[in-house]
Structure formats: structure tokens, C-alpha cells
Design a protein around this ligand. Sequence first.
Ligand code: NAI
Length: 490
Amino acid sequence: VLADHDHRIADLTLAEAGRHQIRLAEREMPGLMSLREEYAGANPLAGARIAGSLHMTVQTAVLIETLVDLGADVRWASCNIFSTQDEAAAAVVVGDGTPDAPTGVPVFAWKGETLDEYWWCADQIFRFPAIGDTPAGANLILDDGGDATMYLLEGAAAEAAGGVADDAEDDPDELKAFRARLRTSLAEEPGRFTQQAPLMRGVSEETTTGVNRLYRLAEEGRLPFPAINVNDAVTKSKFDNRYGIRHSLPDGINRATDVLIGGKIALVIGYGDVGKGAAEAMRGQGARVIVSEIDPICALQAAMDGYQVVTTTQGVETADFVITTTGNSAVLSVEQLQVLKPGAIVGNVGHFDDEIDLAGLAKIPGVTKVEIKPQVHEWTLPAAEGTGRESTSIIVLAEGRLLNLGNATGHPSFVMSASFTNQVMAQIELHTGVAEYTNDVHRLPKALDEKVARLHLPALGAQLMELTKEQAEYIGVDVAGPYKPDHYRY
Ligand code: NAI
């Protein structure tokens, strides 16, 4: 690690391998590449200092380099301890330079961070140096899951309150690590968060879980800057969450276990956008898929799509695979884990690692955990009464964190191109149109959503029809769109 280029990653010599992958990914990311063309020389993000917290993958490398191409200064961390692709991080840091003299973007991310390291990395992304009249700090956040936003807001709140709250003994390790980092940061540089807070122009948020956190902050009147909900762009959640997971879920299961999916029973917990993609993927591999839901609308959708809808408690009795997709906590409880048959494979693709109650499971006397390989563990546990078994042993993927990123490389480039094109447009909106956005959660205009889709059609050889003037008048839209009212659900 060179003192004059700020970064911390696994290994700079992986840059060449990363660059080859990035080059190939660029071909599959027409949305991002066309934004580079559209804005060539215009630098709409000049002056933007973007603190990015999003899985540091090859696809994210193309996003980062697009932001830089449009004029932004960027610092980056991953939003998950297991999701970094070290070669992508290396290539982004090295940039046009060499491993001995990197010239690229400061990245703070590697595969397999500890929780303490994770929050250290999150802290680093805000550390833009003061240059001339520009004060130290970031002025935009690009977030995935809301951790970077929370770090900034909680830091400012702690500074105002004169300190960080004490830990309770049974607080989760995540929370303890988060508070420890805040304490260190406050002690090292008093006043830092207070100084940083007013610089912030806004945040664009990638995922369902982070968006939920933002709406809650806004309702409580605690959102001090505008937020753009990228997740609920149609070309994000109806594509990335669904078709992305349809690709990357079986990829993760296969790389982790190489166990045949066909003919087995797969329980998918949650039938939202991610659950729909997960169920379709498992069915595509020949599994018999059963679904559990709490929302009657989504449960009815699952039934109409041909899946048996069960309670989770019923589902675990027969399941060979259990996949959680809810963004909710403890949807697979200790008692339900104890019902699973030996060899059952359990994994999560919702944002945080508390969907499967592994923390609760670890507290049960007699439970053991063996590492089969990194991010694949065999847990042996006492079986539930009535199963006829003394004990059972299950395979847990990615320690209950996003398995498609922990055990594989996340969603493929093409679908991430649609998501990230929305991200870049959101950053441009926040940076250039800041006066128009109130301190609330906003969505991008539908015209931009349609633009993202339009940018991706030619690559698939799709031919789009055009409305005639008469037809447009007949259905009450403009020939150039938008074609649907805001309440349309796709
Ligand atoms: P969603 O809100 O569309 O779907 C979640 C579903 O889970 C809802 O239908 C809800 O009714 C259901 N649910 C909630 N509690 C439940 C329970 N106790 N039992 C059964 N069902 C329950 O959200 P979406 O977009 O599908 O996202 C889900 C999670 O996946 C979020 O945490 C999101 O951030 C994450 N995500 C992960 C990705 C990945 O690459 N792994 C990609 C995109 C999103």
C-alpha cells in the first residue's frame, strides 16, 4: 500500500486480471457505456465527491469508472464483508497506472473483512481531503442497504449528543463493531461529522432494505438531505431483484455445494421481486418449489404461478434447500432449522444476515460448526422433537449473508447495467438539480426509467414498435412517452 495513493485492498497485482474482466463487462453494460458517450466532455458530475458503499464487484467497477468519466471524485467500500471481487478492486485502484504507481479510485474493500474492518472501510469513504476552498468530506452518497447513510447520520447524532450510546451485552456484534468505529472516529477527529453533514447533497439508494430505512427516516423527520430511491425504478427492482437473482442464486449454490438441484424440494421464503426470481431459478433447475409468504397478494401470486404455498414450519419438514428472500429478520427460526433433514442447504439472498437466526442457533448447547471451505459451513445441531432424529446437520452458505455475492459473483453485468444506469442518473439529478429535491425520498422520473430500458433493447436484438400520433392521442400519452401512468405496476 503506497502512502501517496489512499486505498486498502487485498492485492494490487490482481489488477490486470480485473481489467480483463472489466473490459468484458463493459460490452454487457450498454446503459453505462452510452451514458459515457452521451456526456462525453460535459462532466455533469464535476465537483461531485461520491462516497460509495456497494458490493465491490466487476460490475461496480464499471459503475465507478462511469462516475469518474462523468467528472466525479469517488471513494469506495463494499456494503458486505464477503462480496468484494479482489481483482475488480485492484483494477479500479490501479486505474491507468501500475500496481507500483496506482492512479485510480481509492477503494477500501477486500473479500472476507471482519466487522471492525468493514466499518473502518465505511469510515474511509467520507475522507475526501480538503483541497483549496473545498472542505474535507463527501457531498454525495451512493448506498446499498443504507449503512453509509446510517454511519454519517449516527455519527452526526452522536457528536451532537456528546458521545456514542453504550453497548448492551446481547447487542448484535454488527452494532457493537459499528459503535466502536464511531467512538474511535469521534475521538480521533472531534467535530468531523458536524462539519461533514451540511456538505451532503443527497443519497441514491440501491436496494429494498436501504430504501425501507430511508422512508422510515423521512417519516420520523430525520432525513437531513434528499434521497433517490433507485430500487423502485421499474428497470431496477423488476429486473435486478428478479432476473438478477434468477441467475446468481443457482450460481452461488452450485459454486458452494455442487449439489444437484433437480428433483429436490426448495422452500423459498418470501415471494417479492427477489423471491419470484429465486423460485423461478430453482424451478428452472427442476426443483419442486414451495413458497411461504405473509402477504396475501404475494402468496396468491405464488399460487397462481403454480407453487405450493405453505407455512415455513410446514416447508422445513421436507425441504432440501431453504432460501430466504424477505429483507426481514429471523424468518427462519432456530426451531425451524432444527426440523431440517440432514444435508439440507440453507442460504439467504435478502440484504442482512439476520434473516436466518444463526446467532440464536449458535447459542444452543451442543451446536458445532465445521468449515467445509470459505463461506460454506456444516452445522450440527440437536434435532427438533417429532423428527425422529437425535441431531441433524445442515449446510449454511455465506454465514447467512447474501449467498449470491458471498459464494458467487453477484448478478451478471447486463442486469446490473440497468440498475447502475439508474444510479448514475440519480447522482446527476442530486448533483445538478439539488434545489428541486426536498429532504424526502424521491423516485426518478418515469421518462428516465423508460430511457434505461430503451438503452438496453438493441443489445438483445429487440425491435420496438412506435405509436402513431393517432394511437398516442387515443390512449392519452405522448408519442415519445412516458407510456404508463405512475400508478401502473408492470
Ligand atoms: P419485497 O418487499 O419485494 O419482497 C420481500 C417479501 O418477503 C415480501 O413479499 C414480504 O411480504 C415477504 N416477507 C416478509 N416477511 C416474511 C416472513 N416472515 N415470511 C415470509 N415472507 C415474508 O423485497 P425484494 O425487493 O424482493 O427484496 C428482498 C430482500 O432482498 C431485501 O433485503 C433486498 O434488499 C434484497 N435484495 C438482494 C439482492 C441480492 O443480490 N441478493 C438483490 C436485490 C434485493
